[in-house]
Each structure stands twice: as structure tokens, then as C-alpha cells.
Design a protein around this ligand. Structure first.
Ligand SMILES: NC(=O)C1=CN([C@@H]2O[C@H](COP(=O)(O)OP(=O)(O)OC[C@H]3O[C@@H](n4cnc5c(N)ncnc54)[C@H](OP(=O)(O)O)[C@@H]3O)[C@@H](O)[C@H]2O)[C@@H](O)CC1
Ligand SMILES: Nc1ncnc2c1ncn2[C@@H]1O[C@H](COP(=O)(O)OP(=O)(O)O)[C@@H](O)[C@H]1O
Ligand SMILES: [K+]
Length: 466
């Protein structure tokens, strides 16, 4: 797990005041980190264009050019004349050692984007937008200095944002790198040391990035056990019973001792998989509930109330977010909700928190998760997306490991089944949510076929490879 920050300016300032470092020392370390990355991964004499802007991001690029010259064939492309104090100083140093510049872009081995970093706001001018298009069209390996130019720390990315293969980021991870929109541009991420260990550079943060190796699986330590030791999950089975079957099968494969579909259809007409049970009411020894996936209007209000008439840990998803009963459900303890963006804006509206579009939500995912969790501190929120956000009280976790292979109907049903399975097995709701989400994204990474071929059945099948 790694810490995430809204901004790192205050962390830089702390380095000056508390550790007697200077802007120059930090910048030299930043540039040295980038130089080391290039020295390690590319042959000497590779041709490198460093596109520099007028601020300190450009200054990082200028310092990098000096460190690589003359071992590498470096050219500086001045997108803007140096303007900040450090950019002017670094430019003098660069000129003094004889780094060459170029007035036009050309095909090269590596292009480093040091046009603008965390100081970006608004949009690029037409001229810079054209330049960025040209940079993106190069076949060169693309390295972003700190963050890809065009990623706005406070919202959407510019129309033409640098498309990095790798982002070498200074000091600590920034939250803006994990907006859904940024995933298109960010590439792989490496955090560079600024002359002090990362532990000392970073302060506390309520936001964390989940690593794949944070995953804790429900291994069975107890030898003297039986199916009841691993919980009994009830999944509400409604109009589109396939959704609940997917959830139920995922839950069973992920370790729940017993999974029962609860519904009011004729069991024989449903073709239920043999490994699942079917019941017209909630069985007695249930340890967790899952509700909403494909539910439609199959349950009457009374049947839904009966299903929920207990204080068991519960995960709710999908259709539930559009039903009036959701405000009662939100009073439950041990509740996990897993909306996708459209369901979340509908929920925010129903709860009078905000009346916003999906675009507005996607620009401000962090803010609306914080607002919801402040008002519903006992609920675990999992907001789906390219980068999944999990929130509880004032603690937030981002899972960035999913892939577009998951963008297929039924992927979310697998996720709710995984969460419900861990709830049934006795995991605390926040741990169940984090670990199920990590398992879900790990499953998408483990898919052996082409990304477009992944189905919910494959996800369930792949659980055995975790
Ligand atoms: N201790 C430190 O500080 C350290 C800082 N470090 C580095 O500094 C970076 C932050 O530097 P920063 O604050 O100078 O901002 P930066 O990203 O260069 O942007 C400002 C420039 O961008 C421009 N600009 C803005 N919007 C624009 C637009 N729409 N379209 C076009 N241009 C636009 C704006 O130009 P202007 O409009 O003023 O002409 C201004 O000149 C950070 O990302 C990291 O790389 C590291 O070395 C570690 C130590
Ligand atoms: N491009 C993507 N990258 C990463 N994860 C994705 C992507 N598209 C979808 N997902 C994930 O797939 C799941 C889709 O869930 P959902 O939209 O509820 O599907 P359904 O209701 O059809 O099962 C979510 O967990 C979401 O985070
Ligand atoms: K940049």
C-alpha cells in the first residue's frame, strides 16, 4: 500500500524547513532519478529529445539533459523559454556544458515530456496542443517528467495530453494520477527519491494506493472444520437470475462454505447450477447477504423486507440503488455498497447529496466519495471504474489494477459475489471489500486469452489460479 497526496508542494516545503534541503537539491535528485532510469534501460548514444516548458518541470528536463550529455545524444526542444528561477539557472548550467537544442521534433529513441507538471491548469493553447499531438505521434519511447503534461491536478485532462509509456514522478504519488481519465496517459509509474527517504518525505495521508501484493486470500488454516466453518451466503435471485447465479458461483469458488439463491420462481424453470442451493425464503444459518444483481422488480416490498430483516453483513449492488428502500438499507451496519458511476449519481441524488452528471462525478470522484463517506461513516463504499475507489469513514483506497478486459456485462456481478463470499466467511466489511476488489482485478490480469475474450465465467474459473 502506498500513500497518495493531493499535492506535494507542502511536502517539498517541509524538506526545506525541517531537513535543511533546498529546491536545487530536490531538483538535482529528481533529474538524477530520471537519468538513472534512462541509463538503466537504454543504450548509450540513444537519441533523446527533452521537451522543456518554462516552469520547474521544464527545469527538471534541463537538469536531466546536462546529466545525460554527452553519453547520450541529447537535444532540448524549448516549447517555452525558461521563466522560473530554477528553469533560468538550470538553463545556464545546461548551456555551459554544451547540450544542443533542436528547433523541430524528429523521430528519436526517447522523448521526455518536461513541458509542464503539477503547475498545469486550464487547456493548452492551440500552438501547444498542436505540439503535443506531434509529440504523441512520434514512435519514440515516451517518458513523462513527474506527470504527463496535460493532467490537471484538479480535474479533467487536457484535450491533447502526453501519452506516457512511463511516468517518473517526484517524491510521492499524486491522486490526480489515478483519475479514471488519467489511466489513458499515465503508463507505468515509478516514484523518484528527492534526496531523502520516501518515508521521511511523505507525511500522513487518508488516501492509499493498493498494491497487488496487499491481497489476502481466505486460505483455510483450520484442519478440523466443515462447510459451516466457512459461512453460508444468501443471494437474492430476481428478474435476471443469471446475474445472481454469477455472483453466487463466484462466492462459492472464493471459499464460502454454502451459497443459496433466494427467490420466488419455480426452481425447475431456472436451471440452477448443481453446486448452488435454491430457497423461497432466507435459510436459518445464513452468515451474509448479497442483493441487487439482476433483481428487477421480482421481489415484492414485503419479500425484500423479509430478505433484509436481520443484521447480517450485506453487499448491495445494481438495481437496489434505484429503489426507494435504499435509504432504509443505508441504515444497516456492516453494509458494503458497490455502485458504478451511473448508479452512484442516482444514489447521490436520492440522498440529496448532489444532483450531478456522470461527467461531473468522474472529474470529482475523490470529492464525492469523501462527501458520501462523511455522511454515511458506517457504510463501505466501493465506487466502480477504471480505478476503483473504496471508502470507509475518512480512509480511502484506490485499486488501479483492473484492465479494460473487465468492461463486460457480469464483471460487476463477480465482484459482488467475491465481496459477499468474504463477508460470509467472517472478514470485516472493509477487509472483505479491499481483498475482493484486489482479487477481482488480479483475475483480470491473469486471463490468458486476448483481453476482449474475458467473460464472467472465465473470471470465476480463474479464481483457482489466485
Ligand atoms: N521543490 C520543487 O518545487 C520541485 C519541483 N519539481 C518539479 O516542478 C514541477 C512543478 O513546477 P512549477 O510549480 O514551476 O510548475 P510547472 O509544472 O512547471 O508548470 C508551471 C508552468 O506551466 C505553464 N503552464 C501552466 N498551465 C499551462 C497551460 N494551460 N498551457 C501552457 N502552459 C501552462 C506555466 O507557464 P506560463 O503560463 O506561466 O507561461 C508555468 O511556467 C513539478 O511537476 C516537478 O516536475 C521537482 O523538480 C522536485 C522539486
Ligand atoms: N476499463 C476498465 N478498467 C478497469 N476496470 C474496469 C474497466 N471497465 C470495467 N471495469 C470494472 O468491471 C466491473 C464492471 O461492473 P458493472 O459495471 O457493475 O458490471 P455488471 O453490472 O454488468 O456486472 C467494475 O468492477 C469495474 O471497476
Ligand atoms: K510533464
Amino acid at each position: 500500500m502506498q500513500k497518495l497526496f493531493d499535492e506535494v508542494n507542502s511536502l517539498d516545503k517541509r524538506c526545506y524547513s525541517d531537513f535543511y534541503l533546498s529546491e536545487d537539491i530536490l531538483m538535482e535528485h529528481a533529474a538524477n532519478g530520471m537519468a538513472q532510469h534512462i541509463q538503466k534501460n537504454f543504450n548509450k548514444k540513444s537519441t533523446i529529445i527533452i521537451v522543456c516548458g518554462s516552469g520547474n518541470n521544464g527545469a527538471d528536463g534541463l537538469a536531466l539533459s546536462r546529466l545525460l550529455h554527452p553519453d547520450f545524444n541529447v537535444r532540448i526542444y524549448y516549447a517555452k523559454a525558461p521563466k522560473s528561477k530554477m528553469a533560468i539557472l538550470q538553463n545556464k548550467r545546461t548551456k555551459s556544458v554544451g547540450v544542443k537544442e533542436c528547433s523541430e521534433l524528429f523521430e528519436c529513441d526517447i522523448v521526455v515530456d518536461a513541458l509542464v507538471g503539477t503547475g498545469f491548469s486550464g487547456e493548452f493553447s492551440d500552438e501547444l496542443e498542436k505540439l503535443m499531438k506531434q509529440i504523441n505521434s512520434l514512435n519514440a519511447f515516451k517518458i513523462a517528467c513527474d506527470i504527463p503534461s496535460g493532467i490537471n491536478p484538479h480535474g479533467v485532462c487536457a484535450k491533447e495530453t502526453f501519452q506516457a509509456d512511463v511516468s517518473l514522478t517526484m517524491g510521492a504519488l499524486k491522486k490526480s494520477m489515478f483519475l479514471d481519465e488519467a489511466k489513458e496517459f499515465i503508463g507505468k509509474i515509478e516514484v523518484l527519491n528527492l534526496g531523502i527517504s520516501r518515508d521521511l518525505y511523505e507525511t500522513s495521508s487518508n488516501w492509499h494506493l493498493l498494491d497487488l501484493d496487499d491481497l489476502q486470500l481466505p486460505f483455510r488454516d483450520k484442519k478440523n472444520s466443515h462447510k459451516g466453518s466457512y459461512g453460508h451466503l444468501a443471494v437474492a435471485s430476481g428478474q435476471k437470475s443469471g446475474a445472481s447465479v454469477i455472483s453466487a458461483l463466484a462466492a462459492l469458488r472464493f471459499g464460502a462454505g454454502l451459497v443459496t439463491l433466494v427467490g420466488y420462481e419455480d426452481e425447475k424453470s431456472l436451471n440452477i447450477p448443481h453446486s448452488l442451493m435454491y430457497s423461497h425464503g432466507v435459510p436459518k444459518n445464513i452468515t451474509a447477504l448479497a442483493c441487487g444483481m439482476g433483481l428487477g422488480d421480482a421481489f415484492s416490498d414485503l419479500e425484500l423486507q423479509n430478505f433484509l430483516d436481520n443484521d447480517l453483513p450485506t453487499v448491495v449492488d445494481a438495481d437496489i440503488f434505484h429503489m426507494p428502500i435504499i435509504s432504509d438499507i443505508l441504515k444497516r451496519e456492516k453494509l458494503v455498497i458497490t455502485p458504478h458511476p451511473k448508479e452512484f449519481i442516482s444514489l447521490l441524488k436520492a440522498l440529496n447529496i448532489a444532483n450531478i452528471s456522470i461527467t461531473e462525478l468522474q472529474k470529482n470522484r475523490f470529492k464525492y466519495c469523501e462527501e458520501f463517506c462523511l455522511l454515511y461513516p458506517h457504510v463501505i463504499l466501493l465506487l466502480k471504474g477504471v480505478n476503483v475507489i473504496i471508502g470507509h469513514k475518512d480512509s480511502f483506497f484506490i485499486n488501479p489494477h483492473g484492465t479494460s478486459a473487465l468492461a463486460k456485462a457480469g464483471s460487476g456481478d463477480v465482484l459482488s459475489g467475491l465481496i459477499a463470499s468474504l463477508l460470509a466467511q467472517g472478514f470485516e466489511p472493509i477487509d472483505a471489500t479491499i481483498n475482493a476488489s484486489l482479487a477481482h482485478t488480479t483475475l483480470s490480469c491473469k486471463h490468458l486469452g486476448a483481453d476482449f475474450t474475458l467473460t464472467p465465467d472465465d473470471l470465476i474459473d480463474n479464481i483457482k489460479m489466485l
